[in-house]
Design a protein around this ligand. Structure first.
Ligand code: PLP
Length: 395
């Protein structure tokens, strides 16, 4: 008898994968240029030149044995020293190498936190709309996901619903700002209130409720938006970061967990994160990219195309009558669908060669996610397809 949960996870094809396969079939029929695939969140800009230059330098000049050798389970010490220097200066928040657990992308960072913190029956609060893998990761850690419905007018936190959901089983809260799929950044007001509530509730229940800040989109923000650094607002915050989006390196699988000293019982929490990494086999993240990311930690790919695409889509969709909250960052936009049934809406969009993802999978029905990490000319041409789709609802 196999593990049924794993068999089921391994056999279910995600909606995004289905769309991807559909796109390939459609491209063969109508030509790849006429298919507007807005399904996947794969960065469309190259990594900064320094990334490849550093790779070449390390390969040519690095010690040929240690270049590909094991590091400490939690990541190379020199790498963690460089990351600590970068975080300390960028966020004016002092940290040291002992605060970092280098991981295989943000996904592994989240799993290390969740497995390290949670016991069976614990609850982890997530705000809709949310990255669908959170449920898989939380359940994989033996805990339960408690979902807070979205405030669809702003996509900030609905605090009344949040407070009502906290109970003695609440172990952690995951926040993702800038957010996949809606692109919204939590304001400083939201973050302050969140910290205050968590502090009060931790006191009330006599145990810390941890805040897990999932931040792979931190650097992709528009119009000067500032993303508050959450450990400054709530002491029991663990940061999960990756260079997948900011340096356009999703396939290289590099990120980290940051456990600041201020976290209650820091040494135990750090040990639990490291222990989870050990038990999951997430030790020694890929060594070449540990070193490259440490060298390039202060850089960001040229992400200006995302803001351009965002403005084009936002204005274009508004003109067509869509209701949509303006993203502050990422490369996603999350308009309301023109019919209540978002799955039917996205099916209909396929008739216009628009591949967009139903909001239901993000815990927010009645919406659709459009990933605009594509060339700008594709967004421009797609607006005619969105118009034809909108017109079909007038008939
Ligand atoms: N969290 C969010 C919100 C994401 O959108 C993603 C990837 O798309 C991840 C985590 C996983 O990131 P990584 O590829 O670094 O594992």
């Amino acid at each position: 008898m196999l593990n049924e949960r794993m068999v089921s996870l391994g056999t279910q094809r995600s909606v995004i994968r289905e769309l991807f396969e559909f796109g390939k079939i459609r491209a063969a029929e109508v030509g790849a240029d006429n298919v507007f695939d807005f399904s996947i969140g794969n960065p469309s800009v190259p990594a900064p030149a320094e990334v490849n230059e550093t790779a070449l330098k390390l390969i040519r000049e690095g010690d040929p044995v240690s270049l590909h050798g094991y590091t400490s389970a939690q990541g190379d010490l020199e790498v963690r020293q460089k990351l600590a220097a970068s975080v300390s200066s960028r966020f004016d928040f002092p940290v040291g190498p002992g605060n970092f657990y280098v991981s295989v992308g943000a996904a592994a960072a989240l799993c290390c936190c969740l497995n390290g913190l949670c016991n069976p029956e614990d609850e982890v609060i997530v705000f809709a709309p949310y990255f669908p893998e959170y449920k898989v990761f939380i359940e994989g850690a033996g805990a339960k996901m408690a979902l807070i419905p979205a405030d669809i007018e702003t996509f900030q936190i609905d605090f009344a619903k949040f407070e009502a959901a906290i109970n003695e089983k609440t172990k952690a809260v995951i926040v993702n700002s800038p957010n996949n799929p809606c692109g919204v950044v939590y304001s400083e007001e939201t973050v302050k209130k969140l910290g205050n509530i968590l502090r009060e509730k931790s006191k009330e229940y006599g145990a810390p409720i941890y805040l897990i800040a999932d931040e792979p989109y931190r650097e992709i923000v528009f119009d000067g938006t500032v993303v508050p650094y959450l450990p400054k607002y709530y002491e029991n915050t663990l940061v999960c970061y990756s260079w997948s989006k900011s340096l356009s390196l999703p396939g290289e699988r590099l990120g980290y967990v940051l456990v600041p000293d201020q976290v209650q019982d820091h040494d135990l929490v750090y040990a639990a994160v490291a222990g989870a990494g050990r038990s999951l086999g997430y030790v020694n993240a890929p060594v070449l990219f540990q070193r490259i990311c440490a060298e390039c930690a202060d850089l960001t790919a040229d992400v200006s195309v995302y803001e351009k695409n965002c403005n084009l889509l936002y204005n274009g969709l508004k003109e067509l009558g869509f209701e949509v909250v303006k993203p502050d960052g990422t490369f996603y936009i999350f308009p309301r669908t023109l019919e209540e049934d978002d799955i039917a809406f996205c099916e209909r969009a396929k008739d216009y060669n628009l591949l967009i993802v139903p909001g239901t999978g993000f815990g927010c029905p009645g919406h659709t996610r459009i990933s605009y990490c594509v060339p700008t000319e594709r967004v421009e041409r797609a607006l005619a397809a969105f118009k034809a789709l909108a017109d079909s609802y007038q008939k």
